[in-house]
Design a protein around this ligand. Structure first.
Ligand code: FE2
Ligand code: FE2
Length: 136
């Protein structure tokens, strides 16, 4: 487990979401590595598909919790989820077009974006969620 992943473990004190973050960052990190080593082959498109599906699954889990707790910042938060999905899909298109360097830049940007999102927007939401749960 990388240092970044260790820091994500227990960050939100929510076992499901914390382990999804570790898995998602690990999948994305692996994709960046594979893209750097062998951009352009068919296996990598399957890896993109895995990362995209897992990210969507994770975002849907959080968005369900936001609806259930009437989170007032949900719209902006969901917009960031959609941006992340869009960058992953955009990067896989670039790989398909043979533009490996652009794809890698987009993936690296996505990795940083996702980490920032987890450490700011997700932390904010789970702070709200724990207070909302106490009120319920
Ligand atoms: Fe998240
Ligand atoms: Fe999120």
């Amino acid at each position: 487990m990388s240092f970044v992943e260790i820091k994500l473990e227990g960050l939100l004190s929510h076992s499901v979401i914390d382990s999804q973050h570790v898995n998602l960052i690990s999948l994305l990190d692996n994709l960046v590595l594979v893209a750097k080593n062998s951009a352009g082959n068919e296996d990598i498109l399957q890896l993109y598909e895995r990362v995209y599906s897992y990210a969507r699954h994770h975002f849907q889990t959080e968005e369900k919790m936001m609806r259930e707790s009437n989170y007032f910042m949900a719209k902006d938060h969901i917009e960031q989820h959609n941006n992340i999905l869009w960058i992953i899909s955009r990067s896989s298109q670039e790989i398909g077009n043979g533009k490996g360097d652009t794809a890698i830049e987009q993936l690296s940007y996505c990795y940083e974006y996702l980490l920032r999102h987890i450490h700011s927007e997700d932390v904010e939401f789970f702070r709200y969620h724990s207070i909302a749960s106490l009120d319920a």
